[in-house]
Ligand binder design. Structure first.
Ligand SMILES: [Cu+2]
Length: 139
């Protein structure tokens, strides 16, 4: 009986480890503040994601997800959808446009306020006129 229980426990352990396909990874996501943190984490919690934890200090998003249910590219797409840039995967300007005013992480002034340097991704160029910038330049 003992050996039967033991083999039963062994089998269930093996089958559990066979089923769990949890990947853990960290990806860099651009953002500024606590609001960004909530937005990024909420976006990343799609089906199959077990853990999504973004650090305001390091900008790293720690992820644990079930690779049989969701792919990393889907999580990245969900983060882009709420306007945040992921390393090598910038949000479109249209997606970024919906980001709250105080969370404009591509804005050099906002970055300076939060003690941040260069944006993670070079913003995609749009047809926005440069004339307003030129007129404001001091010579
Ligand atoms: Cu923010």
């Amino acid at each position: 009986m003992k050996s039967f229980l033991f083999s039963l426990a062994l089998i269930s352990t093996i089958s559990l480890s066979g089923q769990s396909k949890f990947n853990s990874t960290s990806i860099e996501v651009d953002g500024l503040c606590g609001m960004c943190e909530k937005r990024i984490e909420n976006a990343a919690y799609i089906q199959g994601v077990k853990k999504a934890d973004w650090s305001q200090e390091t900008h790293m998003l720690d992820l644990i997800y079930n690779s049989s249910k969701v792919e990393e590219s889907e999580i990245i797409a969900a983060i882009n959808e709420v306007g945040h840039d992921v390393k090598d995967h910038p949000a479109s300007d249209k997606q970024y446009a919906d980001v709250h005013g105080c969370c404009r992480f591509r804005d050099p002034d906002q970055r300076a306020k939060h003690g941040l340097g260069e944006p993670l991704c070079t913003p995609i160029k749009t047809s926005v006129k440069d004339s307003s910038d030129d007129s404001e330049q001091e010579l």
